[in-house]
Design a protein around this ligand. Structure first.
Ligand code: WT7
Length: 656
């Protein structure tokens, strides 16, 4: 960590926006002054100017019961109306909302008028299935336009969606359906990934099957199925409904009802330090205000002329805020791509940018690093001159990748915005403004206007420029999480207890302030890993491992990895009888596969090491720090607090 920090701080390259860019930029530096003078007035203006309210709010923020915030609480609005109908009413119905590209190369262009029509029909279908405000709907879909329509139709009814990433297993889906008590699941037969149809419906069937004796009450009444993969599916009569039977037949008349600003909008599950994923709860008015404001300012969106593309899946928060809600609230035209970056050829993304004339491109460092590895000759075959803003999200971007991104993809011309935020923050919190900020490769730099961030020591004291510490948000913000679904105590404990006396939100990230006060993110300080920009908890993978009958004990660490940022590395103790009956290679490969099945392929360990013992303190706590040293091939650090100081040399020898 120390060498990484030193390395980052030696980065002295600076890139100022061109005069031309600055002149035409949507956001100016005056926003900071305005927000600094009166933060609540600033957010009130954003909410009024960016959104249409049915009942105007009279109070911006109610923080009388921290950490439970209420933003714009007496205002009412409809989120879907703000993303759809009002653009049609304003005469922009013919503007393309979605430029959808399927992995096999099929395409659909969907205007705002068409998307509005589809969402109205779907809202009527959902109403017919008994969905009312407050009900939970699970969405388990590939990256197809129906995924966006499904989110918006649920929002239109004031119901709550829980999108589950299509790469998650039946088990992960089941636990999310149960935790939220979902009444309906919207899925597809399958979707295209890496040139093949990857089935989804069987996972839904599995997740809903065989509840007898589990003690869990089945809440799902219906499964609405989109035909995309064309693969055969099992059918449960009375429960399963084809989208193509129900939606086109439904009425396209649907009046959007307004709901209070604090009406829940969605639950999204994310990993924490324990084995159980947290259902992060977001609400309507504050969330939509901040995603719309940041989408406009950070990406310098000119909705009449820009073609925007964020490569995130709707199963992650980036897909919620910067594929679904932000761009649609702002009336943007965007690309939506179903498949993987390298299918059927390694230049697929660059081909899409050329084909649609993408002007704003938002992706993750892990993707940039994998393209760097393949080499610049691949993007060089495509015309990328339409690009004018590039964004990065998900993990710290190392200066080398940042500079490669700017020079190879951005032709040494485009500003890069490195955006720091979290599932919990709902929207971008720290980022350059592309027409204002002189950017520094590797630094997320400055809080957004209206957002207050600090870097503090363990006691909550500001560390001062040139020092490192813990990243906190010092004041409530509009798109902040409102809680953890069904677990208010865990919400308080996880985010607010550490700096309770100051009322700071603790993000779980380490950060450093440079001499100018700019922020450099340094990764997680807890037992949460970041693999390819996705959060995974060590505890969750450990519980999956010990659930395997061959495993007696397991410890998981995140080891730094050139492409994925961090990689999952597992140390396992195998039960005696299994050790006798199976080869180590066989055990390792079956355990990697097992984790993939239990949680999903993103959680599959890069390495599994079979060891005889794990390093523990006298109180029995596993010292993951030492295992990380081994996993990263370093000399093992201080072992004096181990119960048995010999253990690490045995493990090191076993790993070699
Ligand atoms: C964690 C949140 C926000 C959408 C994607 C991930 C890390 C995120 C950055 C960045 C350094 C970053 C943090 C954060 N992170 N963006 N620009 N620079 N680190 O959402 O799954 O909720 O993960 O991702 O560690 O806490 P998430």
């Amino acid at each position: 960590m120390t060498s990484q920090i030193d390395h980052l701080l030696n980065e002295t390259r600076r890139f100022a926006p061109s005069a031309e860019f600055a002149e035409n930029a949507v956001a100016s530096g005056e926003l900071y002054a305005e927000a600094g003078a009166d933060r609540e007035a600033f957010w009130g203006r954003q909410a009024r100017e960016l959104l249409d309210w049915q009942t105007p709010f009279t109070q911006v923020l109610d923080w009388t019961n921290p950490p439970f915030a209420q933003w714009f609480a007496d205002g009412t609005l409809n989120v879907a109306y703000n993303c759809l109908d009002r653009h049609v009413a304003a005469g922009n119905g013919d503007r393309v909302a979605l430029l959808w590209e399927g992995e096999p190369g099929d395409e659909r262009r969907i205007t705002y008028a068409e998307l509005t029509d589809e969402v109205k029909r779907l809202a009527n279908v959902l109403t017919g299935l008994g969905i009312v405000a407050g009900d939970r709907v699970a969405i388990y879909l590939p990256m197809i336009p129906e995924a966006i329509a499904a989110m918006l139709a649920v929002a239109r009814l004031g119901a709550i969606h829980s999108v589950v990433f299509g790469g998650f297993s039946a088990d992960s889906l089941r636990s999310r359906i149960d935790d939220a008590g979902a009444k309906l699941v919207i899925t597809a037969d399958g979707g295209y990934r890496k040139g093949k149809v990857s089935a989804l419906k069987p996972a839904v069937d599995l997740a809903l099957a065989d509840r007898n004796g589990s003690g869990v009450q089945e809440t799902v009444e219906h499964v609405l199925v989109v035909r995309r993969g064309g693969n055969d599916v099992d059918w449960t009569e009375g429960r399963d409904i084809w989208w193509h039977d129900a939606v086109p037949a439904a009425s396209a008349e649907h009046e959007a009802e307004a709901f209070p600003a604090e009406n829940p909008l969605f639950i999204l599950y994310t990993s924490g330090t324990t084995g159980k994923p947290k259902g992060i709860l977001h609400t309507s008015g504050g969330y939509l205000t901040q995603v719309a404001a940041t989408h406009r300012n950070v990406f310098d969106l000119h909705p009449e002329s820009d073609v925007y593309w964020c490569t995130a899946d709707v199963g992650w928060i980036t897909g919620h805020s910067y594929v679904a809600y932000g761009p649609l609230a702002n009336g943007a035209t965007q690309v939506l791509y179903e498949g993987t970056p390298d299918s059927p050829h390694p230049g697929r993304w660059w081909e899409i940018i050329q084909k649609y004339g993408v002007t704003i491109f938002y992706t993750a460092p892990t993707a940039i690093r994998s393209f760097m590895k393949i080499g610049r000759q691949v993007p060089a075959q495509f015309d990328l001159t339409s690009l004018r803003v590039l964004g990065s999200v998900g993990e710290p971007i190392n200066p080398e990748a940042w500079v490669w991104y700017r020079s190879v993809i951005g032709a040494d011309r485009t500003p890069i915005v490195d955006t720091w935020w979290q599932t919990e923050t709902g929207a971008i919190m720290i980022s350059a403004l592309p027409g204002v900020t002189e950017t520094k490769p590797g630094s997320a730099q400055v809080p957004q206007p209206g957002i207050t961030i600090d870097v503090v020591d363990e006691s909550g004291t500001h560390v001062g420029n040139g020092n490192g510490g813990l990243l906190v948000v010092t004041e409530p913000w509009p798109s902040m999480l409102r809680g953890i679904w069904g677990d208010p105590e865990r919400f308080v404990e996880t985010y607010w207890e550490k700096f309770a006396d100051r009322g700071y939100y603790f993000a779980g990230d380490g950060a450093r302030l440079d001499e100018d006060g700019d922020i450099w993110l340094l990764g997680r300080v807890d037992d949460v890993m970041n693999v390819s920009g996705h959060r995974l908890s060590t505890a969750e993978i450990e519980s999956a491992l010990v659930a395997n009958e061959a495993v007696a004990e397991a410890a998981v660490v995140g080891a730094s990895d050139e492409t994925t940022g961090q990689a999952v590395v597992a140390f396992v103790i195998i039960k005696e009888n299994y050790l006798k009956q199976h080869s180590p290679e066989g055990l390792v490969s079956s355990l990697r596969g097992w984790v993939g099945e239990q949680i999903g392929p993103i959680a599959r360990p890069r390495d599994v090491y079979i060891v005889g013992e794990l390093p523990k303190t006298r109180s029995g706590k596993i010292m993951r720090r030492l295992l990380r040293d081994v996993a990263e091939g370093r000399e093992v650090g201080d072992t004096t607090t181990l119960a048995d100081t010999m253990v690490m040399s045995v493990i090191s020898a076993q790993v070699k």
